[in-house]
Design a protein around this ligand. Structure first.
Ligand code: K1U
Ligand code: ZN
Length: 171
């Protein structure tokens, strides 16, 4: 297991559309292990493989509260197959846009089809924070960031701030 570096806005790789996983191989299992180490260390409640620079459709998540036992979940090639008409607004953060938060409106419930680490197809109904988080992570697999759901004014401001910081760091 190894902790990997999380890529930060405005890294262009965050805009890539990730490739589906053809087979759950030892390489995929090793990527998943590294993603959990990276996510728990951050700390975060979710992570998409592209956030560690790997454009594969792999998501890790753990929504357990501090006092609860760990609940690591893996979603390979996740796809939303149904979304509720009802919407909900949740404050979102992103490990690739540190210390910036914004309210995002999304479907309140989604049905998600995915491959497990067992290589088998599964389906799950998500609501609450689970629904918000899985939609945020599937967005990452499609090169979409939560700031894309905010007003252009807010999005441009945050992109400008992170672009300036990246330039300063490169000097
Ligand atoms: O994908 C990511 O960048 C991870 C992100 C997931 C997420 C958070 C909130 C709403 C939607 C999606 C994070 O984990 S940000 C960090 C965070 O939310 C958190 C960290 C420690 C404890 C509790 C929450
Ligand atoms: Zn994110």
């Amino acid at each position: 297991m190894a902790k990997r570096e999380i890529i930060i806005l405005p890294d262009k790789r965050l805009r890539l559309v990730s490739e589906p996983v053809k087979k759950v191989t030892a390489d995929v299992r090793s990527l998943v292990e590294d993603m959990f180490e990276t996510m728990y260390d951050a700390p975060g409640i979710g992570l998409a493989a592209i956030q560690v620079g790997t454009p594969k459709r792999v998501v890790t998540m753990d929504l357990a509260k501090k006092e609860e036992p760990k609940n690591p979940q893996v979603f390979i090639n996740p796809e939303i197959v149904d979304s509720s008409e009802e919407k909900t607004t949740h404050e979102e953060g992103c490990l690739s846009i540190p210390e910036f938060y914004g309210d995002v409106e999304r479907p309140a419930q989604v049905k998600v089809k995915y491959l497990g680490l067992d290589g088998k197809q599964h389906e799950v109904e998500a609501n609450g924070l689970f629904a918000t988080c899985i939609q945020h992570e599937i967005d990452h697999l499609n090169g979409v960031l939560f700031i894309d759901h905010l007003s252009k004014l807010k999005r441009d401001r945050v992109i400008k701030k992170f672009t300036k910081a990246a330039k300063r760091a490169a000097e």
